[in-house]
Design a protein around this ligand. Structure first.
Ligand code: SAH
Length: 223
């Protein structure tokens, strides 16, 4: 594929049309966000021509950006609304964080914790280039402990998979809030959606099998 801006735009539109036709992009808000945030601004240059192919893409440090259909599915499952305070664990390229910022709008807030400083720098650069620098707060931190200073969060999205649900994230979820987290072994995981009712009780459902990079931290894997 050529890499001209026009070719990228065409590929972007075709991908979005396809995800809509498959019912993966469903809500007007997520569809608009997907059609607004340029994925190619977050993809390393050597893979940029694949920015709108529905496939995971490698990042530095052995990490990956999830495939577009997985990103769309997770955004639909999280149901972010304008004004929400959202925490992402695992900033990676910053792409998912930019989409979250589109969904929370200017009155909402997005914090994203990344444990690898080099990736946090990359994400900040990408977010600045795409115009989201002042809408996403990227922190270098072990996100399994949440971000206590900014809690509670209406929505929490975990972009890496651990052996169990980090207790700190459940604690930092606001009443009425939703936490999306892949949990399982290194090989395969279940994408769990945990909801905290207004009275503080929890419900948990599995949205199906997924494969994510490891969540490494105090309440994740050791390495
Ligand atoms: N959402 C990203 C993709 C994230 S890949 C995007 O849109 O590009 C998963 C990321 O989680 C990796 O960058 C990895 O370094 C990070 N990660 C793993 N364990 C973590 C932890 N405990 N705290 C914060 N980030 C973590």
């Amino acid at each position: 594929m050529e890499e001209s801006p026009e070719a990228l735009k065409r590929a972007w539109r075709t991908l979005a049309d396809g995800l809509e036709a498959q019912g993966i992009l469903r809500s007007p808000a997520v569809t608009r966000a997907f059609r607004t945030v340029p994925r190619h601004a977050f993809i390393p240059e050597k893979h940029r021509e694949s920015a709108y192919v529905d496939t995971p893409i490698p990042l530095p440090e052995g990490q990956t950006v999830s495939a577009p259909h997985m990103v769309a599915m997770m955004l639909e499952a999280l149901d972010v609304a304008p004004g929400h305070h959202v925490l992402e664990v695992g900033t990676g390229s910053g792409y998912h964080a930019a989409l979250l910022a589109e969904l929370t709008g200017p009155e909402g807030r997005v914090w994203s914790a990344e444990r690898i400083p080099r990736l946090a720098r990359l994400a900040r650069d990408n977010l600045a280039r795409a115009g989201y620098a002042d809408r996403v707060h990227v922190l270098v931190a072990d996100g399994t402990l949440g971000v206590p200073g900014a809690a509670p969060f209406h929505r929490i999205h975990v972009a890496a998979a651990g052996p169990r649900v980090p207790a700190a994230l459940v604690e930092q979820l606001a009443p009425g809030g939703t936490l999306l987290v892949p949990v399982g072994t290194h090989g395969t995981q279940d994408l769990l959606r945990i909801r905290k009712r207004e009275d503080g009780t929890l419900t948990e459902e599995s949205l199906g099998p997924v494969t994510f990079v490891p969540l490494v931290g105090k309440q994740g894997w050791r390495t």
